[in-house]
Design a protein around this ligand. Structure first.
Ligand code: SAH
Length: 238
């Protein structure tokens, strides 16, 4: 189940931080490291700071985009040092860990960490089901990225040790790529029926993403919604 838990670092500038994050993961029994466009990798500083977790660096998957790194995931949390202008569902680390561990019994899941200087973009956050924030001194709330990886992986490791009660339910949660295709279909339909002006999207699409991410849609539900969108498009053309 731990092999279903991915740690994704987006656009990390300092290779030393990648090594320190790998070490933090291995200390907590995790091994799946994904790097989205790291500035410098592989690098001697990464290996030095990994101090023995170099196997995670060797097996790390280097990706071109966040979408690629979370492909197939049933649940994705974005780690954020600060709160955003559009409030996104926010959970505490312990709650995140319990949700991740129960989902990881079925599908891959991910925790996504942002850039050292600027964190995650709004578009990247919009792909996540929810944000996780490590409570701290809120006037100095930005932890070093490897320290943030350490705290969240610690919570995951604690949750792995706690048996989870599984609902007896064989419905499959939609994966992030299925949700992405749904959102593209939704946007296209809203433009087709003149509900959305593509030149002035404002917050509408992000609000809709927030709504559907909160619902944790199942595959059958995504199929129903996409069927409704197709019927709406056909009706609009008549
Ligand atoms: N200056 C950036 C912070 C970057 S710190 C900003 O304002 O967003 C690098 C990454 O570490 C963040 O993107 C986040 O993923 C993680 N991180 C740092 N502090 C955190 C905190 N208090 N809670 C959750 N994640 C945190």
């Amino acid at each position: 189940m731990q092999t279903n838990i991915r740690i994704v670092l987006v656009n990390t500038s300092h290779p030393g931080n990648i090594g320190a994050a790998a070490r933090a993961m291995k200390n907590m029994g995790l091994s799946k490291l994904f790097l989205v466009e790291p500035a410098r990798f592989p690098h001697a500083d990464a290996t030095a700071r990994a101090s023995g977790a170099d196997d995670l660096l060797q097996n790390a998957e280097v990706c071109d985009s966040l979408e690629q790194a979370i492909e197939g995931c049933g649940l994705v949390f974005g780690a954020s040092a600060r709160l955003r202008s559009l409030p996104w569902p926010l959970v505490e680390p312990r709650e995140m860990a319990s949700q991740l561990v129960s989902e990881a019994a079925k599908l891959p899941v991910a925790i996504v960490f942002g850039r050292e200087h600027s964190g995650l973009t709004n578009a990247e956050l919009a792909i996540c089901n929810a944000l996780v924030h490590i409570p701290c001194n809120e006037s100095f709330s930005s932890l070093n990225i490897a320290a943030a990886v350490q705290v969240l992986c610690y919570e995951v490791n604690m949750a792995v040790g706690t048996p989870v009660l599984e609902a007896d339910d064989d419905s499959e949660i939609a994966t992030s790529d299925e949700l992405e295709r749904f959102h593209e279909h939704l946007e296209k339909t809203l433009v087709d029926i003149d509900f959305l002006n593509p030149d002035k999207p404002r917050f509408l699409l992000r609000r809709l993403r927030r709504l559907y991410n909160r619902a944790r849609l199942e595959q059958t539900e995504v199929n129903i919604l996409r069927g409704i969108l197709t019927a709406t498009q056909k009706f609009g053309r008549k």
